[in-house]
Design a protein around this ligand. Structure first.
Ligand SMILES: [Zn+2]
Length: 403
């Protein structure tokens, strides 16, 4: 049975690992801080499995958000092996989140009995029996418990109290119902901590969720995902989050969903979160298709990596807009030191041309690079925590933030 092992805590940052997984999954990296692969309807957006397999050091975990799976529930129920086999991703540890971290969840549709999710074809209300049925057809390792995290900075106290109560009640009912279904014994529930921006409500949510037999925690209720999560500044709620995380047991993983910018992912790691996902490199700037992540994650004095950044790249900030006319005849790779398929096979000029003629291949090549860049950042972060250089790395990346 899969479990999380916390190996070290250094200045708040946690190094851990998911262990006891099937052999085909365990061959991939399951070390934390980790970035799960974000998928839509079971696949990474714009990428077939052949392209995905060309990406170096893929994480061994994947998030398949419920909203885009729910309408296939009946087909999945007929399919032996659940969603992993259905999506040909049975070599990944699989988690299903209630909402899609890359898409704005419409506000005002949750009730005492059900949580609303949106597929391409409209709204689905997930109540306890419906969710138990869905969990049976999915047959995955972790499923997020139903959550009413529909709160933000402007939500009234009364509504926040309701969101905490409902989320705890859904969890209790799901734990009770789940016990009655033998098929669900291997699927573990991830508890959701809500409570908006109100300290006491969030602490109550954390304390109560921590008492229940959950496999880990997802921290929500600050925004409704999608673009709201991209503008959410983790530093603003640093104090609230660190005090809330203190109430959780150390030996269970903490998930932070949403589009996490380079700054937010560094703050998240420093606060003690273990798992994020790759929705940001695939969907940042609302699918603005011309941007390539190019922040430098190599620490100059201690890095053994081959640093080939030139003064041009250093002035670019976190990303470069390859649609820009200045790349029309630029025969350099997107990022000179990058080892991804895009950077080792194509030039900025070629991608600039593909973008100018609206060729879809541009999006594919950019996603390959962006995914590689973001995933490599996690690898570098883990190494920096072990080497006690995380603070320098964080400052180095934050310093490149565009003004
Ligand atoms: Zn690259």
């Amino acid at each position: 049975m899969m479990k999380f092992v916390l190996k070290q805590v250094k200045n708040g940052c946690r190094l851990g690992q998911l262990v006891d997984l099937p052999k085909e999954v365990a061959e991939k990296s399951l070390e934390t801080p980790m970035c799960m692969l974000y998928t839509r309807a079971g696949s990474v957006p714009y990428m077939g499995r052949d392209v995905l397999d060309r990406i170096d050091k893929l994480p061994g975990a994947v998030n398949m958000p419920i909203p885009l799976l729910v309408e296939n529930m009946d087909a999945m129920a007929e399919f032996p092996g659940g969603i992993k086999k259905f999506a040909a991703m049975d070599d990944f540890m699989t988690y299903c989140s209630i909402q899609d971290p890359a898409v704005l969840t419409p506000s005002g549709y949750n009730t005492k009995k059900a949580v609303s999710v949106w597929s391409c074809h409209g709204k689905y209300e997930l109540d306890i029996p419906g969710y138990i049925k869905l969990m049976s057809s999915l047959d995955v390792d972790w499923v997020q418990s139903l959550s009413d995290g529909d709160t933000d900075r402007n939500t009234s106290e009364k509504r926040v109290i309701k969101s905490v109560e409902r989320t705890i009640n859904y969890l209790d009912e799901l734990l009770e119902e789940k016990e009655k279904h033998e098929k669900l014994h291997s699927t573990k529930l991830i508890g959701t901590i809500v409570g908006g921006y109100l300290e006491e409500k969030r602490f109550h949510s954390a304390r109560e969720t921590a008492k229940r037999p959950v496999a880990g925690f997802s921290m929500e209720g600050f925004h409704n995902f999608g673009p709201e999560s991209e503008t959410f500044d983790l530093e603003d709620v640093k104090h609230l989050l660190s005090k809330t995380l203190e109430l959780l047991p150390q030996d269970k993983p903490r998930i932070l969903p949403g589009l996490m910018s380079p700054a937010n992912l560094l703050f998240a790691v420093e606060l003690g979160f273990d798992i994020l996902d790759t929705s940001y490199p695939l969907f940042y700037r609302q699918m603005k298709i011309c941007s390539a992540l190019c922040y430098d994650y190599n620490l100059p004095p201690t890095s053994t990596d081959n640093i080939l950044r030139d003064s041009d790249e250093q002035s670019l900030g976190w990303e470069m807009d390859l649609y820009d006319e200045r790349y029309r005849e630029d025969t350099a790779p997107v990022v000179k030191s990058c080892t991804c398929y895009t950077c080792t096979h194509h030039t900025r000029a070629y991608i600039n041309h593909l973008l100018k003629v609206s060729e879809l291949l541009a999006k594919l090549l950019l996603n390959v690079h962006n995914l590689h860049h973001y995933l490599r950042t996690f690898e570098v972060i883990r190494r920096a925590i072990a080497d006690d250089t995380f603070k320098h790395l964080k400052q180095h990346i934050i310093n490149q933030k565009p003004s």
